[in-house]
Design a protein around this ligand. Sequence first.
Ligand SMILES: [Zn+2]
Length: 632
Amino acid sequence: MRLYQRCLLGLSLAGSLQLASCSTQPTKDDETMTQAQSDLAMAAADAHSYAKPTEAVARHLDLDLDVNFDQKILSGTAAYQIENLTGTDQIIFDTRDLEIEKVFLGEEMEETTFRLGDSKEYLGRPLIVDIKPDTKKVTIQYKTSPNAAALQWLNPQQTAGKKDPFLFTQSQAILARTWIPIQDSPGIRITYNAQVKVPENLLAVMSAENPVEKNNTGVYTFEMEQPIPSYLMALSVGDLVFRQVGPQTGIYAEPATIEAAAYEFAELDKMLEAAEKLYGKYRWDRYDLLVLPPSFPFGGMENPRLTFVTPTVLAKDRSLTSLIAHELAHSWSGNLVTNATWNDFWLNEGFTVYFERRIMEELYGKEYADMLQVLGYQDLTNTLNDLGPGSADTRLKLDLEGRDPDEGLTDIAYEKGNFFLRNIERAVGRERFDAFLNKYFSTFAFQSTNTDKFLDFLRSELIQGDEALAKKINIEGWVYSPGLPEDFQKPTSARFAQVEEAFQSWISGKPAAQLDTKDWSSHEWLHFIRMLPESMTQQQMAELDRAFNFTNSGNSEVLAAWFLHAIRNNYTTADQALEAFLTKVGRRKFLVPIYKALIATPEGKKKALAIYAKARPNYHAVSTVTLDELLK
Ligand SMILES: [Zn+2]
């Protein structure tokens, strides 16, 4: 039985909300409900959402959208099944740059009144809908803006096939509200069905059960029966084909890319098996990949059932597939057990990096995974140096209130989070730690979690009052203190030791062409390039380039690292390749360091601004927000 207490909710003329008094009484005899309430309470504390889910919360979405490439807008309806927990007379959704046309209540579609509150930069505006205590359905009729931050509309020229336009969404962290009016907090989960109408020659896919081929109506329907947070809402439309990889896995890509993608990701099923062996059954039925055009701002996005992935991992030698292991790992850490707010982002990413490297170790051995740990440590060191000692942003538990979460989320959550978990593994042994993680994923499946909740679980399941163990695990040092704790043990790699040897002999005068680089993977190459001195002569740069052809590498990681040296040493031979790379690739991880290196000198800055003017239309808003700031 549920007991609801009615709240008094007042709305001032300016549109700001004033909560007079409200308290809910969870029924103590209903375990699930208490759990659900605790999740909602965490979501209600989310500084990046206007929603008040402890009062009225969305549970299921029926989305009906029309995709208009000419006007670059989506239009249609978002119909929510809602639960009015307190008998309130309003439900609040997040919106940003949306045009809300009409709102209806119930199956009878009775029109109701609504208001949009004041707009705040990255948060957008609350949509406040008048409801009744017994309202169960709210239907919002709306349109997106051509500038919606989550949506990237590509013209045919920006695709691999050059024939048809392309659309993809990127909802994380708080951009779902720019294409759907939604309670946009990671602590609120919904199931969804969707119907999407697209031009007849294109295919639509979502983070849901997907079609595998085009039909002749251009209308596609989708079902996502597992509850997901809003940042995992995803849609892509383009000239896409599907290729089966294993019984449970497959790839969507443009026809021009499908062969390369099928080769690169041929081991998808093996990866899925390795992951299941570690942390339990995959809970989302299918695992497919969607290979996007190069402007995709991230390496990958773990949209459930359909990871979105950058084509910059198509290295032709399967050397960059740890990225897929990462996105797959999110099917447990992030998608299944989700950070309640962006302050707890390390619970998504730190766990995922740890898990990703365990998958890679399972597939390719410890020496291989060790290389990834060292590269990750190098990334972490750079971020720690950038943010400076004592920076609050180098703690695992973040405080992002008053900031765009996309700007406060860094490598810290990923790499420091990973090294914290490795520290626990070292303290309790791998067997115990794996059992703990298995239990963690099954206990909190399809729920949200925050730092306190995880640490409570850690204390009750692993530490269990053992003070010596607590000291080794050092929660305070890792979670709440900046930088790395004093007892941190740097990762080492035997394969990198050989790279370091080769590097030393080159520095001491051995010709580059005579170095023993046989069987080096892109990780060894990356380590080698990162070790090169900041300042090199033109002869040295040219010698390396002659021996190893870095400037024309087909490997995006190698290229991006090499360009940094080319820029610093004014090695103009690489200019053309650099400009081509920046114009084509929109992945923020590569763009930011390269543009930063360019603007370090006045001539470089001129070059950077000229390239940026040309390249900016090819970048997603996630990248331009960062680069506009950097290049202003
Ligand atoms: Zn991730």
